[in-house]
Design a protein around this ligand. Structure first.
Ligand code: ZN
Length: 249
């Protein structure tokens, strides 16, 4: 079988089941997904394992997570993978935008918004073959295209399609008898986490904030002295809610 190189149009012969394909004329790496020919890239990591560890600790010490997490959390699993994404260049009028669709199921929605610096892309090459860290796509190119159409992108405006493997550090850690995981973008160092031990005073803020809103609404809609009775009832509920939260945390 022969396919056309997406870069120069030269014919490239394909052996059934072959993963690594390269154009003999322009040296572009090519990926074949059910007859669709796309470019095949690797995104170079800018962080090594120790830099990734340090980046995770900095995130743990940040304002979103519970105090002391960076010292108390015990990292139980460290994994490095190249996660596959479909990468589209889309032209709209004179501008060009990048759209990303995960090529594997993931609980991390942030992957779609990951910056992929074009300068850090390199072609997939023969040395990458057989690397167990490189995950193969499970989501078809055509499914990714359907998703793009659903977002209002006209497939006719796609100027380039690629399969890109992005470097991710995956951590599992224990904190106060609970397991959490975090994914770190090996290119930017940004942490993407779905669940993490957040500030424990958050529930108190919610109770306080909710009570403020209630008092405000009651004050707006009622007159003296009826409002006093309602305030009293609200206050009792707030005290119960606060006690409940205090027990839980
Ligand atoms: Zn070519």
């Amino acid at each position: 079988m022969e396919v056309k190189c997406p870069q120069c149009g030269a014919a490239v012969s394909v052996i059934e089941g072959q993963m690594f394909l390269t154009c003999g004329y322009c040296s572009s790496a090519i990926y074949l997904d059910r007859g669709k020919v796309v470019f095949h890239y690797m995104l170079k990591p800018t962080l090594d394992q120790s830099a990734a560890d340090a980046s995770l600790r900095r995130w743990m010490a940040g304002s979103k997570t519970v105090k002391g997490l960076e010292t108390e959390a015990q990292i139980t699993v460290r994994e490095f993978i190249y996660f596959p994404v479909w990468y589209f260049k889309v032209k709209n009028n004179d501008a060009e935008s990048i759209k990303i669709q995960p090529a594997m199921p993931t609980p991390i929605p942030d992957i779609k918004d990951m910056p992929i610096p074009a300068g850090d892309l390199r072609f997939y090459d023969s040395k990458d073959e057989g690397n167990p860290a490189i995950k193969q796509p499970q989501v078809l190119y055509t499914s990714a295209l359907e998703w793009l159409s659903g977002e209002g992108v006209n497939p006719a405006n796609i100027t380039q399609s690629s399969l890109v493997h992005i470097p991710l550090y995956i951590f599992h850690y224990r904190y106060k008898d609970n397991e959490y995981s975090a994914v770190l973008d090996g290119s930017s160092g940004k942490v993407m986490a779905v669940e993490f031990p957040s500030k424990s005073e958050m529930p108190y803020l919610l109770v306080g904030g909710g009570a403020t809103v209630l008092f405000f609404i009651e004050g707006m809609s009622m007159d003296f002295p009826g409002v006093l009775v309602v305030y009293l009832i609200t206050a009792i509920f707030v005290i119960i809610a606060a006690a409940f939260v205090a027990e839980k945390v």
